[in-house]
Ligand binder design. Structure first.
Ligand code: PLP
Length: 388
């Protein structure tokens, strides 16, 4: 068996210790004579598993008493709708900060459901390579929405917008528990688990109790399963939860605790990210695509010197109108990126292909990626630069 270093943006690598524990308990969990996969979610053996996962979230994130911790399904994408259906109900108006694909999708979903969307700031002017500074938000908004870490663009909020009495909603899918967060500054936080917490299948929602509406106060047509109250009133057991994923989540949370909790993990994350960004910033061959002050610790997109002014200009014109020089530059860029990804894979460094909206490569270095993995990547990058 040879394990690779997996730089996937999601689903992504899990701590090896967790995988080993799951393997050891696969055929029999405790003395139950069965796998967790096979258990009734209402059984005596399973109930402590989900209760422990919730308790660990509360402990590691210091969740205040007046917040509910929910485990729901449907991924981050379903939360785009649920946020609007449950919170966009008074003035049916919300403010969104547009920092890339996921924030845009969330805003589009709110609009689709009849909530008026004000885009109060955007970094579209520079292809979302930075986080716009919004000091203070005022207005008759039902909520203010941000995507705290932009998985595709590789940016991260280094500040929390001041929204006064307006609840702040944050999508933390790709940075949850990568750093210490003051939950009380937010009305609602959600995170699909498959980036930093667990395998795919569960979404964590942390919501202030007073923001959970009664069923008939939700937007008209909201299904029962999309009401936060349904899940809050039933301890996330209204219907069958993704039992096994929640079990793995619990193990990941204990692994985080062993690594010093959010603060300890953050220290490791800063060390890993600094190692990679420092290399990128000092390289003549590679460059990061994001601005200092907005950089993600989790997702690091980068380009090579073959992505340059010529290719940038070429990408903006129709193929039919490109000059021969521009065509050649684009072809070379494409060839080098493909070569990088292919040779990296052969060296045991996988899933480094960049997202098409940014191009180049992207290394996702979530909590479970080791410093050794990042060092192996940088060593490979050095050699690749020498040979190309
Ligand atoms: C991946 C991702 C999503 C979408 O999550 P799904 O669980 O696939 O719906 C939403 N927001 C962010 C920031 C993401 O990284």
């Amino acid at each position: 068996m040879a394990r690779v270093y997996n730089f996937s943006a999601g689903p992504s690598c899990l701590p090896e210790d967790v995988l080993k524990e799951c393997a050891a308990e696969m055929m029999e969990y405790g003395t139950t004579g069965q796998s967790v996969m096979e258990m009734s979610h209402r059984s005596k053996a399973y109930e402590p598993i989900i209760q422990d996962a919730e308790a660990m979230i509360r402990k590691l994130m210091n969740v205040p008493e007046n917040y509910k911790v929910l485990f729901v399904q449907g991924g981050g994408s379903t939360q785009f709708a649920m946020v609007a259906q449950n919170l966009g109900i008074k003035n049916k108006k919300a403010a969104y900060i547009e920092t890339g694909v996921w924030a845009k999708k969330a805003a589009a979903e709110a609009k689709h459901l009849g909530v008026a969307v004000d885009v109060i700031a955007s970094s579209k002017d520079k292809n979302y390579s930075y986080i716009p500074k919004v000091e203070k938000v005022e207005g008759d908004y039902d909520y203010v929405y941000i995507c705290f870490n932009n998985t595709i663009m590789g940016t991260h909020f280094e500040y929390i917008p001041e929204t006064g009495n307006i609840p702040l909603v944050a999508d933390m899918s790709s940075c949850i528990l990568s750093e210490e967060i003051d939950v009380s500054k937010f009305g609602l936080i959600f995170a699909g688990a498959q980036k930093n917490l667990a395998p795919a299948g569960v979404t964590l929602v942390i919501v202030r109790e007073d923001l959970i509406p009664e069923p008939d106060a939700c937007l008209p047509g909201t299904p029962t399963m999309s009401m936060y109250k349904t899940h809050a009133d039933n301890d996330s057991m209204y219907n069958t939860p993704p039992c096994y994923t929640i079990y793995v989540l619990g193990k990941v949370l204990h692994w985080i605790e062993k690594n010093g909790g959010a603060a300890g993990i953050n220290k490791l994350n800063v060390e890993k990210a600094d190692y990679l960004y420092n290399f990128l910033d000092s390289s003549d061959f590679y460059h990061a695509t994001t601005e200092v002050g907005s950089r993600s610790l989790m997702n690091v997109p980068f380009l090579t010197k073959y992505s340059n002014d010529l290719t940038k200009a070429a990408a903006k014109v129709d193929e039919a109108e490109q000059t021969a020089e521009q065509k050649a530059a684009l072809a070379k860029e494409k060839e080098i990126n493909a070569k990088f990804v292919k040779e990296a894979e052969a060296a045991g460094l996988v899933n480094l292909k960049g997202h098409r909206l940014v191009g180049g490569m992207r290394a996702s270095i979530y909590n479970a990626m080791t410093l050794d993995g990042v060092k192996a990547l940088v060593e490979f990058m050095k050699k690749f630069a020498e040979n190309n």
